[in-house]
Design a binder for this molecule. Structure first.
Ligand code: HEM
Length: 584
């Protein structure tokens, strides 16, 4: 199903003629770029951006449901955004498959900024890096999270994601320092320990399920979900969910809450705001029970963290001496560094936000990385060769991760092809003018206050105007000749390009690649998530060969907050004959 959907994508328009070299992640040298880009650009960005006109090919590939299309065409007449192109499509485009597939088709057809209207309500869909940069970074405070904040506020309260700007400013200042590099270094142990637990579980399955056969079939999406939950619990509030090996009411409540958050983000009517909904609608009753279970758990953890606060630990934290701490979690940092008088309610909202933001996203990256690798056995072997040579029999450390260049680029490429979430949502707080340069709109579009914007990260990441063979899995695309040495490698380590960046990011790509958003509201947990995914993937491939149980076409794709599978990612795991991991 996934591939069927992907095969509907029009072939990259002029992909080759843009001069993007195979295997090279080219960026831009257009005059509008505020920074020296590390990558070569064959054409000015403005020229590239104007090519989104006249794409008839896309139209012919659309699968319209004839009877329904007139209905939607009528609905699509709303909105008040002047001359902005308007998307027209079939009802099946909206409801028969994930919304972001339709947004992609319309992007190819209508250009980088278009209007998608339902009756009187219109959304602006953005698929252009400069407009994304404008909304996310340059004019960030002219926007809030709009409908997303409305959906998430009942769950996350005043946590960073839905918070109003005043609260956000205060909390962001407190939370960002908690993700200090010493914390991340301490977390690598948590990542390895939790991943080890998962790998041992897989090995036990292999031994018990089919003795002598050395293989097992598992839903890796579910397994990654458990692994990511255990890691986020320990990293954020030093709580071991232990979900890899057991079930508990708290774990069930977390999944119930995540499920509801996801459901709300895909539902068009805010049913949860209906009067008495929480008492009369069974799923709402369950949701409020789940929320109470988690909140009670978080309240206990906060109370305990405050009770056990010790000046000696505070000193260690101030000196960034995480190795000497038994509990290096974010909660410990937030309580210890701010004193016992920190507001419990706010802390709980912060923790809940990070629990939700950091769980399913990371699990999804691992799921899609494996899905992509399983279809590319030569790349899987290349990854395993790197792992064998870097890790050998040993454990994953931060130093090793730095050397696992190919694994890091696989994670980046999985995030490019399956960004989590595929759309970022904003609402204009005041009138704004979006930068122009596409579809003949040199002056850009004026948008009124209240305009809802979908920044399609999926479209940006698969844009044929910026990526060579955009739908192909090609981790090597990020490699460029290192300036200083003239050899191919990830440019992030080259001080002449982007000092210290271990993974490709939105700054290096000038907003053509933004898996963690960008600007002031960029993800606070990006490095945490990237390191975690690298460790987990490396440890999996160190031990096992992985193949899909059926055909990739059977992996049906659904989306809510993240892109996931409909029925799990069923894989066959086979013990690798070689080495490693004996010291665990
Ligand atoms: C691969 C995993 C992850 C992905 C792909 C991801 C992606 C994102 C994206 C795209 C945003 C920006 C949303 C927007 O602009 O509307 C974001 C925000 C955020 N993320 Fe992540 N995230 C991941 C992991 C994490 C982790 C592990 C944590 C915490 C431990 C976390 C905490 C947050 C928070 C608190 C925000 C809101 C930041 C703010 O508004 O100031 N995320 N994430």
């Amino acid at each position: 199903m996934l591939l069927a959907a992907l095969s509907q994508f029009p072939a990259p328009i002029n992909g080759g003629s843009l001069g993007l070299q195979s295997g090279i992640f080219d960026s831009f040298n257009g005059s509008s770029s505020p920074m020296a880009s590390p990558f070569r650009l064959p054409k000015k960005r403005s020229q590239l951006r104007c090519q989104s006109t006249g794409i008839e090919e896309a139209k012919t590939k659309r699968n319209l449901l004839d009877n329904a299309s007139n209905l939607l065409t009528n609905l699509l007449s709303g909105g008040n955004l002047g001359s902005m192109p308007t998307a027209e499509g079939a009802v099946s485009d909206l409801f028969g498959r994930p919304l972001f597939f339709s947004l992609y088709d319309w992007f190819l057809e209508h250009g980088s900024v278009y209007k998608l209207a339902f009756g009187p309500k219109a959304f602006v869909v953005v698929s252009d890096p400069i407009v994304a940069r404008h909304v996310l970074r340059e004019n960030a405070f002219s926007y809030d999270k709009g409908v997303l904040a409305e959906i998430l506020e009942p769950i996350m309260g005043k946590g960073l994601i839905p918070a109003d700007i005043e609260t956000w400013k205060l909390r962001r200042k407190v939370i960002v320092p908690a993700f200090h590099s010493s914390f991340l270094e301490a977390m690598v142990n948590v990542f390895t320990d939790c991943s080890e637990r998962t790998m041992l579980k897989f090995e036990k399955h292999i031994e018990s399920d089919k003795p002598g056969e050395k293989t097992v079939e598992l839903d890796l999406e579910a397994e990654f979900s458990s692994l990511a939950l255990d890691i986020i619990g320990l990293g954020v509030f030093n709580y071991d969910f232990g979900s890899v090996t057991k079930e508990s009411p708290v774990i069930k409540a977390v999944y119930g809450t995540l499920f509801e958050a996801e459901h709300r983000s895909t539902f068009y009517i805010p049913y949860w705001n209906l009067p008495f909904a929480r008492w009369i609608v069974p799923r709402q009753r369950k949701f409020h029970n789940d929320l109470k279970i988690i909140n009670d758990c978080l309240d206990d953890l906060i109370k305990n963290a405050k009770k056990t606060r010790q000046e000696t630990d505070v000193e260690k934290l101030q000196q960034r001496d995480y190795t000497a701490l038994k509990d290096a979690s974010l909660l410990r940092f937030l309580v210890d560094m701010r004193g016992a008088d920190v507001n419990d309610r706010q802390l709980r909202d912060d923790l809940m936000t990070m629990l939700i933001a950091g769980h399913e996203t990371t699990a999804a990256v691992l799921t899609w990385a494996v899905f992509l690798l399983a279809q590319n056995p030569s790349k899987m072997r290349k990854a395993q060769a790197e792992i064998d040579s870097v890790l050998g029999e040993g454990k994953t450390t931060l130093e090793c991760i730095k050397k696992l260049e190919y694994i890091r680029l696989i994670i980046a490429e999985a995030l490019r092809l399956y960004p989590q979430p595929p759309l970022l949502i904003r609402r204009a707080l005041q009138r704004d003018v979006l930068p122009g340069g596409y579809k003949g709109q040199d002056d850009g579009f004026e948008i009124p206050a209240g305009t809802d914007i979908f920044l399609s990260v999926y479209n940006l990441h698969r844009s044929p105007y910026f990526w060579d063979r955009p739908n192909d899995f090609e981790p090597e695309r990020f490699l460029v000749p290192k300036k200083s040495e003239g050899i191919e490698g990830w440019a992030g380590f080259d001080p002449g390009r982007s000092p210290g960046a271990m993974y490709p990011n939105e700054v290096i790509s000038d907003f053509a690649f933004l898996p963690f958003g960008g600007g002031p509201r960029k993800c606070v947990g990006d490095q945490f998530a990237l390191l975690e995914s690298t460790v987990a993937l490396a440890m999996l491939l160190q031990r096992f060969d992985v193949e899909l149980r059926g055909s990739p076409n059977e992996v049906e794709l659904v989306t809510g907050a993240t892109i996931h599978t409909k029925n799990g990612l069923w894989c066959r795991l086979k013990n690798r004959t070689s080495k490693a991991h004996k010291q665990y």
